[in-house]
Write a protein that binds this ligand. Structure first.
Ligand code: GRF
Length: 209
């Protein structure tokens, strides 16, 4: 519960794909590890698995597809739709579309990025980290949750992050599996921490389990 609020914090969760991170939030809320509620799930893709997961959990699920809109027009539509659910925090959980200040200026928005702070911004971060490891350029990757104050891609004050070291014999599949497990844990921890301390941003790595 955010300080001063006498009700659980309301999350709006934006997804573009499978929604395994959304599922981690749904599960953490249902087992009371996360004291929040999901007010709405929105996707820019009507076929996103995340929308099915939301419906199965009995949550409002909206598809808001891009229809040739210029960015600011889409973001205004999105903001209007999300605002109707009065979220305290907007969570970008596998949301694959850059948002402008038309949206960002209206909400407290946090994003999950599958790499360490400052590393592999943009899409396919997991694959690019794996390739960098194969080339001997890195020995670990990681995941982070950060605030999204502006249109910068996968930048912004860090709330929590964890490293994910490569292991001998890793394939993209084994690495990806560890990455996703880390993301699922980190997202829940970061939102729980922000609910406790709304202005939170850290510079230290959060501990692994
Ligand atoms: C995650 O790796 C997220 O960090 C990235 O896209 C993936 C989404 O996974 N941006 P899911 O849709 O939550 O399963």
């Amino acid at each position: 519960m955010i300080e001063g609020l006498s009700r659980p914090s309301r999350l709006a969760v934006l997804v573009s794909g499978n929604g395994s991170n959304l599922q981690a939030l749904i599960d953490a809320i249902s087992t009371r590890r996360l004291k929040a509620e999901i007010a709405v799930v929105v996707s820019n893709r009507a076929d996103a698995g995340g929308l099915d997961r939301a419906r199965q959990a009995g949550l409002p699920a909206l598809a808001l597809e891009v229809d040739g809109d210029v960015r600011s027009v889409y973001d205004h539509r999105l903001a209007q739709a999300v605002a109707g659910y009065e979220p305290d925090i907007v969570v970008l959980a596998g949301w694959m579309r850059i948002l402008t200040l038309v949206f960002l200026g209206r909400f407290r928005v946090l994003n999950l990025h599958p790499a360490k702070p400052g590393c592999f911004p943009g899409t396919h971060a997991i694959e690019r980290a794996f390739e960098a490891w194969r080339q001997g350029e890195v020995s670990e990757s990681g995941a982070m949750v950060h605030w999204v104050p502006d249109e910068g891609v996968d930048s912004g004050p860090v709330i929590a992050w964890s490293s994910v070291p490569f292991e001998a014999g890793d394939t993209l599949e084994t690495f990806e599996e560890r990455m996703h497990r880390t993301e699922h844990r980190l997202l829940v921890e970061a939102i729980a921490a922000v609910i406790e301390e709304p202005q939170l941003s850290l510079t230290q790595e959060t501990s692994s389990p």
